[in-house]
Design a protein around this ligand. Structure first.
Ligand code: F6P
Ligand code: MN
Length: 326
């Protein structure tokens, strides 16, 4: 057993076959991510985890050795789980595992690749749907149809943040028992916050609403937002999301005018949608600056989307800056 589920986990899923399949799949992911966590903990002792393989994923990101190893580990785990289809950041197209099985799983096997060799938190993101019809129909749908989603963080603690649609919980991998153990139940994101996360080096590439908003944050207490703001940017989506769940804040990866960045950097299927599900279930908001992320229907497998999420108040304020511009 790799995870000791809380008695309330996925109780809202009334179909017993689906409930069992979700638990079995999360257990398989927990086993896989314990293995990835051990590899991360050994760091340079594993030799060349952050080395580029020479290949690139569909989005043009250079694949690192740990990206590929993590994808292999997740693939092997899901093959033994009730999974019909697997969509991965690291694979060009959807992998059909066993069409007779109940679920479809999407994953970013190793999020935060630029931090691999730096001993900074990285992670694994996953999204689970009930499979329907064929591979494409199983994933080309809005994120609101996810049945379970979450992410593992390999940091000072190895954690699993997860929702099955009835609240968001955090499990910690107890190093003494090797079991993911419920640590925080029914998380609630602070509704207001003056802490934001954005890669500010892209300032001159942003659209006016984001630039105006950040410039107003920088003006502090004497500016229109009337408060001193603080900034944090880990550069691993999972780590920034984990911090925001713990103490509030807002994450932004907006679209910008660099080639290929019209819709930002993050992918809808296996980054934005699962994070949005977890955040909403903790009472926060996730949008593309206007639309709710979970309402956006996937149109291409590796599609990017501008992503803004976190505490309700700042997410709403940024939306208002976009509305003013329109
Ligand atoms: O997976 C993409 C990712 O590495 C995220 O984890 C992170 O939030 C973002 O990209 C970092 O982007 P940048 O390198 O542009 O700051
Ligand atoms: Mn990622």
């Amino acid at each position: 057993m790799a995870i000791k589920f809380s008695s309330a986990f996925a109780k809202n899923i009334k179909d017993t076959a689906v409930h069992a399949a979700v638990c079995e799949t999360v257990e398989a992911l927990a086993i896989a991510c314990k293995q990835i966590s051990r590899i991360c903990a050994r760091g340079p002792l594993e030799h060349g985890l952050g080395a580029e393989t020479g290949a690139a994923n569909t989005d043009g990101d250079a694949q690192k050795a740990l990206d590929v190893r993590s994808d292999e580990i997740i693939t092997a785990a899901l093959e033994a789980a009730p999974v019909a289809y697997y969509a991965s950041e690291e694979q060009d197209s959807i992998v059909t595992m066993d069409k007779s099985k109940l679920l479809a799983v999407a994953s970013d096997p190793l999020d935060g690749s630029s931090n691999i060799d730096t001993n900074v938190s990285i992670g694994t993101i996953f999204s689970i749907f009930i499979a329907k019809g064929d591979a494409v129909s199983s994933f080309f749908r809005p994120g609101s149809e996810q049945i379970c989603a979450g992410f593992f963080v390999y940091g000072p603690q190895t954690t699993l943040v997860i929702t099955a649609g009835a609240g968001t919980d955090t499990y910690v991998l107890d190093p003494d028992t090797g079991v993911f153990t419920l640590a925080i139940t029914n998380m609630k994101i602070e509704p207001a916050s003056t802490e934001y996360a954005i890669n500010a080096s892209n300032h001159h590439h942003w659209d006016a609403p984001v630039r105006n908003y950040i410039e107003d944050c920088l003006l502090g207490a004497s500016g229109p937002l009337g408060a001193k703001y603080n900034m944090r940017w880990v550069g691993s989506l999972v780590a920034d999301a984990g911090r925001i769940l713990s103490r509030g804040g807002m994450f932004m990866y907006p679209g910008d005018d660099r080639a290929g960045y019209k819709d930002g950097r993050l992918r809808l299927l296996y980054e934005a949608a699962p994070v949005a599900f977890v955040i909403e279930q903790a009472g926060g908001m996730a949008t593309d600056g206007g639309r709710r992320i979970l309402d956006i229907k996937l149109e291409t497998l590796h599609q990017r989307v501008p992503l803004v999420f976190g505490s309700n108040e700042p997410v709403q304020t940024l939306t208002d800056y976009h509305k003013k511009q329109d």
